[in-house]
Design a protein. Structure first.
Length: 202
């Protein structure tokens, strides 16, 4: 049964992560996927999510989907207890997953019951299609992306960073533009937990 923890901003939602952890974070090895941050200039060790997850107790291995392949990714996933996909540009992240042909290996990992943790872009790619996020992210970052279809693990579409002045009013405008029951906004301290076919906001 799949277990997803899809946060708006992981460093502000970490206390709620205990609900899905199989044991204490100090005993868990986490694969930190930095791909969505490749367009940023700061070293990954300086990012808020990396520092927060390390302080939380996780043993961290850093990985990049860009330039990877299914075999190497499966090996990396096989060495850890959970995977975390960091935020950044959603279009770029999805493009690198598709270019590296990782959709099948990632879906298999999740369907086997392994824990997937996402933050912002890392959460959005788990939804059915990322096109709704165009008010926040720039598609120009992935000019070769041929389809915005996401990984489809989450039954609702997530709009992160509600009430965050760095992203407002763009985040709220997405919700106003897409008036449907299967799209939800998350402030930075909240997350969506998916267990199998059920989900809830925490």
């Amino acid at each position: 049964m799949k277990t997803l923890f899809l946060a708006s901003q992981i460093d502000q939602a970490l206390p709620k992560l205990y609900e899905v952890l199989p044991r204490s974070p100090e005993s868990l090895r986490l694969l930190y996927v930095k791909t969505a941050k490749n367009l940023e200039s700061d070293p990954i060790e300086m990012s808020g999510s990396f520092q927060a997850l390390r302080a939380f107790g996780f043993q961290i291995d850093v990985y990049d989907f860009a330039g990877s392949n299914p075999e190497d990714t499966a090996k990396a996933l096989g060495k850890v207890d959970a995977v975390f996909v960091a935020g950044g540009n959603t279009y770029y992240l999805l493009d690198q997953i598709k270019k590296s042909d990782l959709e099948e290996v990632l879906t298999a990992y999740v369907e086997q019951g392994n824990l997937y943790i996402g933050s912002s872009a890392g959460s959005i790619i788990a939804c059915r299609d990322i096109a709704y996020i165009d008010a926040i992210d720039e598609a120009v970052a992935a000019p070769t992306l041929s389809s915005t279809q996401g990984l489809g693990w989450c039954p609702v579409d997530i709009v992160p960073h509600i009430n965050d002045p760095r992203f407002e009013p763009r985040s709220s405008e997405i919700l106003k533009r897409h008036k449907r029951k299967d799209i939800i906004g998350l402030s930075n301290e909240h997350a969506v937990i998916v267990h199998g076919d059920s989900w809830k906001v925490v």
